[in-house]
Design a protein around this ligand. Structure first.
Ligand code: NAI
Length: 344
């Protein structure tokens, strides 16, 4: 009893919008069946919260994450108009979620590529996405010249490089590729390359480390993705390459993502709230369940994460239970129940 009490891990659970509550229910069903140690503090965010609190990301939700430092989150719709900033961006800023981790693994064979197993680690707070942009008017053209500046700091580069190399070691990966454009953006991505190389020296005994220029990397991902294992890169390149990598395994539909920061870690599906299928019990909960498996890895329960991943493979390929988007007939609930039987 005492043992069980000690192993409980408080975590914030945000059902979110659209299909969010359905896929969160499915995920919690699977986690409960696997014996996951989370003690949920359910909090609102998104449209429901906007209606209830006048804010899509209200204080009680932020306070809960501040306390638990760990969250599993359904997709949040960004209300159009009304001047609301994306809740996802606000979370990233509030909790300094500097590392975005996007694994891509072949789940359904028969696509363009077989046996893909890659992880992209993207710096999430610096680079060309800091938003230092402006126009210079000339004559009657207010937008005659557009200027944008990127910011990469030594501290930020050290932080993301250490995160990527530690992640690779912890997850028993074999290789890390540093992706940059230091041949052209000599300072902005030069500092990233230089720093990642220096940090990498400390890991040479445990990992193979190589480098690619981002354009070459994009091409090689299409020609021979198996040469890569973990990729670490700056914000803009990471944004683009993570979608490319998701494309290697059939698109964003089953892609999980983790946002890891100094103050919290937030796990989610990469897809949105899918309002077109909300409330119909047809959504595929796999991306969120895979995000929950990453959360288990994060809290040191790799054993349970592995059980969930293996259960997914068995449910899809042995039991042949799949949701409609994967050519099956199972509802969200039926899929979750089938997977829960496999992991319990
Ligand atoms: P979306 O990803 O919600 O939907 C795109 C298409 O994929 C739709 O046809 C949808 O039915 C389908 N789809 C998505 N997830 C699915 C699932 N689990 N199972 C089966 N089919 C699925 O993208 P969309 O329509 O552009 O965005 C809708 C809302 O979601 C917007 O308000 C957007 O701001 C928000 N969003 C939130 C994100 C987050 O919270 N991380 C990420 C992306 C979008």
């Amino acid at each position: 009893m005492q043992q069980a009490a000690r192993s409980v891990i408080p975590a914030t659970l945000i059902p979110g919008d659209g299909i969010g509550p359905e896929i969160i229910d499915a995920t919690v069903t699977v986690l409960d069946a696997a014996g996951a140690p989370f003690e949920w503090d359910v909090q609102q965010a998104g449209m429901a919260s906007l209606r209830a609190h006048g804010d899509p990301l209200p204080q009680p939700t932020l306070e809960s994450i501040r306390r638990t430092r760990l969250a599993l989150k359904g997709p949040l719709a960004t209300p159009s108009g009304g001047g609301y900033r994306s809740s996802n961006v606000r979370l990233r800023e509030e909790f300094h979620l500097y590392a975005n981790v996007r694994p891509a693994r072949t789940l359904i064979p028969g696509g363009r590529y077989e046996n893909i197993d890659l992880v992209l680690v993207r710096e999430n707070t610096e680079g060309l996405y800091v938003g230092y942009e402006h126009y210079i008017p000339i004559g009657d053209d207010p937008h005659a010249v557009a200027i944008g500046s990127g910011v990469n700091t030594r501290a930020g580069c050290i932080r993301i490089a250490e995160f990527a190399f530690d992640y690779a070691v912890r997850n028993k990966r074999r290789k890390v590729t540093i992706v940059h454009k230091a041949n052209i953006m000599k300072a902005l991505t030069g500092i990233f390359l230089e720093t990642a190389r220096q940090i990498g020296e400390r890991y040479r005994d445990r990992l193979e480390i190589d480098e690619r220029i981002v354009d070459a990397c994009a091409m090689q991902l299409v020609l021979d993705p198996w040469q890569f294992d973990v990729i670490v890169t700056t914000n803009l390149f990471g944004d683009i390459l993570s979608d490319e990598i998701a494309g290697l395994v059939g698109g964003l539909g089953m892609a999980p993502g983790a946002n890891i920061g100094t103050d919290a870690a937030i796990f989610e599906a990469v897809h949105g709230s899918a309002p077109d299928i909300a409330g119909k019990d047809v959504a595929n909960p796999l991306a969120l369940i895979l995000a929950a498996a990453m959360m288990l890895d994060h809290v040191g329960r790799g054993d349970l994460a592995q059980r969930v991943r293996q259960g997914i493979d068995e449910t899809l390929h042995v039991d042949k239970v799949r949701t409609g988007d994967l050519g099956g007939k199972a509802s969200t609930r039926k899929f979750a129940q089938a997977l829960a039987r496999r992991v319990s």
